[in-house]
Design a protein around this ligand. Structure first.
Ligand code: ADP
Ligand code: MG
Length: 238
């Protein structure tokens, strides 16, 4: 677990500036939800934190450690995507433990890790199945299991529930909330579902065109939106 700081972070793709001086201080154990319209730079921001893209300017820190030049594998950050990105030819068990295996974790430790995570996510009966034998919700649980076994400092979620139907989305939202309460992990969670944002977040960051419009508690965002955009996107209608 760790705090996460973005200090004047910018990202340009060629001449196009996608993120413009982003400042965010996310506390240890915080559940930050990042919202904003499609194309505003949410995934790019997560990719910078994960190290899948490098920032054009500014500093990213986990705790006191500057991680701009740290290889993604050495950042101890786990990312869960909208598409589950499971290995189709591996069993659920193997999907969850594969990352540990290539890192040299012993079979005994891997068995224990997968047992713990499977119990937590209630996927014990699924461990010997292949991804093709799972429903969408089950696949997303496995993807979460794969992130959880790594015991990361920070979890990044990029619209993890948007492929699921409405009922399952609500169930999974509740599960994710419980998991966070139980584990106390630091989470950055991207969604364009306002209700998801309001129910999950300790704080919400609202972004538009690569600029942070407001970074505040759900209550303050709702009751005291900074501007018309925030009010229209997530705030109260008044
Ligand atoms: P969001 O996740 O909020 O929908 P993205 O972060 O995916 O937005 O994209 C923000 C902007 O950056 C979009 O205009 C997108 O086209 C552009 N973009 C994202 N990745 C790249 C890339 N690798 N090269 C060029 N432009 C990109
Ligand atoms: Mg995106």
């Amino acid at each position: 677990m760790a705090s996460l700081t973005l200090d004047k972070v910018r990202k340009a793709f060629g001449p196009v500036e996608v993120l413009k001086e982003i400042n965010l201080a996310i506390e240890d154990g915080e559940f930050l939800v990042l919202v904003g319209p499609s194309g505003c730079g949410k995934s790019t921001l997560l990719n910078l934190i994960a190290g899948l893209e490098s920032s054009t300017d500014g500093e990213i820190r986990i705790g006191d450690r500057v991680i701009n030049d740290v290889h993604p594998k050495d950042r101890n950050i786990a990312m869960v995507f909208q598409s589950y990105a499971l290995y189709p030819n591996m069993t659920v068990r193997k999907n969850i433990t594969f990352g540990l295996e290539i890192r040299g974790v012993s079979a005994q430790e891997r068995d224990k890790a997968v047992a713990d995570v499977a119990k937590l996510l209630q996927i014990e009966p699924l461990l010997d199945r292949k991804p093709s034998q799972l429903s969408g919700g089950q696949r997303q649980r496995v993807a979460m299991g794969r992130a959880l076994v790594r015991d990361p400092d920070i979890f990044l979620f990029d619209e993890p529930l948007s492929n699921l139907d409405a009922k399952l989305r609500v169930d999974m939202r509740t599960e994710i909330k419980k998991l966070h309460q139980r584990l106390g992990s630091t989470i950055v969670y991207v969604t364009h579902d306002q209700i998801e944002a309001m129910t999950l977040a300790s704080r919400i960051a609202v972004m538009k065109d690569g600029i942070l419009q407001q970074f505040d508690t759900p209550q303050n965002i709702y009751e005291r939106p900074n501007n018309m955009f925030v009010a229209g996107f997530i705030g109260s209608p008044s």
